[in-house]
Design a protein around this ligand. Structure first.
Ligand code: C2E
Ligand code: MG
Ligand code: MG
Length: 666
């Protein structure tokens, strides 16, 4: 089978031409004139590689390869097409259904080279899959995640380390398994395969994760249970070093040590409060006590230095792995959960911590220290949650965030914001009676910026209030306008950020807007994310109660990304459940995921909620969701978010009904 190829194209002449080239090169070639015929052939005769045209009547190449991938995961799919239908092609590349896109007309030599490359890739994947199987059957605790971060496989040892029954691990996201995860740290871990990450399991144990066999298609992670650190490796030091001495000692370490060591920077986050209130001698006393306490934690050849008014540095000269550094830091700051007593004052200290690992994170003592300080600066926003390692990517990200934050202030005033509208389609009849308003920002220099990127920044830096109000005002006005134009739109859904919901004035503001635009409360739906609602369930149900009383519709957005269970839903006055895209993405491939979604839909219906499936891109997903009696679909399969004018045309020409009919016919 290793040299077997299936060609699929609706043009016989092309099939023949390809067949000639490939047979001559020693491949065994079979041919089909449509995706359906191709699938029928594969059922009898598995192949290593499928080369498919993109534009074909019936099933297009992308849909065909998606099916091939679902049925024969070992078979590699390649699209050979002359059409520049880039978005669809990109989507099939991104979904992993197609491995590569080759262009028509082809040049024989190049084509053969590409196909050879595909064969090598397929071999590699097969070998890797065998290695994964082999590894999973070992005693090493291993967890396999799909590229979207969902647990696909694991072994007994992993379930044991996590103290979770296997039935609870299946199809879970990391956020279901671990608590207090920092998203930036996690993103770095997945991006940089040489980083470890230390996470806390639901049962409170620290578990270190490292990459065992990861590529862009899946992650095979090794889990290590972290015991308390042994204390006898280090011997105590009593002296507080100054910066220059410290730098010299780090240089010494660089010259003698091959193994990694860590430079940890601890900044007193609330230093200014003390400067403002304490006498000079009390400040001195405070610094001295901090030094002593840190010193007591250092059972080491570790170094301790005081390098700036609010900054201590600890150097941990022998570390086995990165998780050990994080655990050390935890021990260092732990005593400060208790107040310091200085004379008659009791002080509660908070630290921001960043670190760098030598030799990886810098070539010289100066560079290492500077990078640890940089990491520390970047961690200031999130002082307690975790300790940030220096990373160039993070520096870049922060710079971008800084620029975004700065220019967000002007965005509203300079009319750089715009709303797009994405249709929500009733699966029963294909009607589009509601839509979600989605914010778009065109930055004068950076171009289009995703709300997923700038909303969290606006929330953090305070611009969200102004932006949120603009969105509300704009959405209400738009809905009114459409109603006046006779567009049969029942309801418009608006996203609210968690910060907006903390504003006690929100119900009043909404009420004023309803009055101003003469809209029924029933025509407005507010989308609130699961994570916010679940953060404080008592407070949330109070506020939602107020909004509900006005007559608004409420929906829980992104359900499935956080920690909530369906049981909590019953406590909240929510009308609509929006299942997040990540839950639905492998609906067609994974029976576990399908069964979970079916269960969620049933439960939601029992709670009298409508269910919206978000991010639906394929006909296959639609068919499955229809079978599960999901109420509404929102996703590219019907439409991307549209401008005001395009949305008007989409709804007034009943496009969605035609689309649904066509889906049913296919
Ligand atoms: P969301 O509320 O869950 O919105 C759905 C997101 O999924 C939108 O991304 C939408 O464009 C995208 N999407 C829809 N169908 C598909 C599909 O078939 N495939 C894929 N891959 N994606 C699909 P968008 O517009 O980038 O918005 C991202 C998030 O930003 C939103 O997630 C929402 O949480 C937030 N957001 C957007 N507009 C606002 C706003 O006005 N206010 C607030 N507070 N947040 C907003
Ligand atoms: Mg939403
Ligand atoms: Mg959503």
């Amino acid at each position: 089978m290793s040299k077997a190829i299936l060609l699929v194209d609706d043009e016989v002449a092309i099939l023949r031409a390809l067949q000639r080239v490939l047979t001559r090169a020693g491949y065994r070639v079979s041919m089909a004139e449509s995706g359906i015929a191709g699938l029928a052939m594969l059922a009898h005769q598995p192949v290593s590689l499928v080369i498919s045209d993109f534009r074909m009547p019936g099933m297009n190449g992308s849909e065909f390869l998606a099916q091939v991938k679902a049925l024969y995961p070992q078979t590699l799919g390649v699209i050979l097409s002359g059409y520049a239908d880039r978005e669809a092609l990109l989507a099939s590349l991104n979904s992993g259904a197609a491995w590569k896109f080759l262009e028509k007309p082809w040049e024989d030599a190049q084509l053969l080279k590409d196909i050879e490359g595909a064969m090598v890739e397929r071999e590699r994947r097969q070998a890797e899959s065998q290695r994964t199987n082999l590894l999973l059957s070992s005693d090493e605790p291993l967890l396999e995640l799909s590229s979207s971060g969902v647990v696909t496989r694991f072994n007994h040892a992993a379930a044991k380390v996590l103290s979770m029954p296997p039935s609870e691990l299946r199809a879970k996201a990391l956020s279901d398994i671990f608590i207090d995860i920092n998203p930036i740290e996690l993103a770095t871990f997945f991006h940089k395969k040489d980083h470890d990450i230390c996470l806390k399991s639901q049962s409170g144990n620290l578990i270190s994760l490292s990459h065992r066999l990861s590529d862009i298609y899946h992650y095979l992670l090794k889990l290590t249970f972290i015991d308390s650190l042994s204390t006898d490796v280090f011997e105590r030091v009593n002296d507080l070093l100054d910066q220059n001495t410290l730098l010299g000692r780090i240089e010494d370490l660089i010259s003698v040590r091959n193994g990694p060591f860590a430079i940890v920077v601890l900044t007193i986050a609330n230093f200014q409060n003390f400067v403002d209130t304490l006498s000079e001698s009390a400040m001195d006393e405070m610094i001295m006590q901090i030094g002593q306490i840190l010193n007591q934690q250092l059972t080491a050849k570790a170094l301790l230095a005081y390098v700036a008014a609010d900054r201590f540095v600890v150097v941990l000269p022998t570390i086995k792995h990165e998780s050990a550094v994080q655990q050390h830091i935890g021990q260092l700051v732990q005593p400060f959960s208790q107040q310091l007593v200085i004379g008659t004052e009791k002080l509660q200290l908070a630290f921001t911590v960043g670190y760098a690992l030598a030799p990886h994170d810098g070539d010289s003592a100066k560079q290492l220290l500077q990078n640890a300080v940089t990491a520390c600066h970047h961690n200031e926003i999130n002082p307690k949650a975790f300790y940030l390692r220096y990373d160039r990517g993070i520096v870049e990200l922060k710079r971008q965030q800084f620029e975004i934050s700065n220019s967000l202030y002007a965005a509203v005033e300079e009319q750089q914001l715009q709303l797009y509208f994405q249709p929500k389609i009733y699966l029963q009849n294909g009607y589009c009676q509601s839509a979600e308003a989605l914010l778009r920002w065109h930055h004068p220099k950076m171009g289009w910026i995703s709300p997923a990127l700038f909303i969290p920044i606006a929330e953090r830096d305070g611009q969200i209030q102004v932006i949120g109000q603009w969105v509300l005002e704009q959405s209400f006005a738009q809905l009114k306008k459409w109603q006046q134009q006779g567009l049969g739109l029942q309801r418009l859904a608006i996203n609210l950020s968690g910060r907006q919901l903390q504003d006690p004035q929100l119900p009043t503001l909404v009420q004023q807007l309803l009055k101003k635009h003469q809209l029924d409360a029933d025509s407005i739906e507010l989308e609130i994310t699961e994570t916010f609602l679940m953060a404080d369930i008592e407070q949330s149900s109070l506020l939602l109660g107020q909004l509900k009383q006005l007559g608004l519709h409420l929906s829980m957005d992104d359900f499935g990304t956080g920690y909530s269970s369906l049981a909590y839903l019953a406590k909240l006055p929510v009308d609509v459940l929006k299942l997040d895209r990540s839950l639905l993405i492998d609906l067609e491939d994974s029976p576990q995921s399908a069964s979970m979604v079916r269960h969620m839909i049933r439960m939601a219906h029992e709670l009298n909620m409508l269910v919206v499936a978000e991010g639906i891109e394929s006909k296959g997903q639609v068919a499955i969701l229809r079978d599960m009696q999901c109420d509404l679909i929102q996703g590219y399969v019907f439409s991307r978010p549209l401008t005001e004018a395009d949305f008007f045309t989409y709804v007034s020409s009943n496009t969605s009904q035609h689309q649904l009919e066509q889906l049913a016919d296919d």
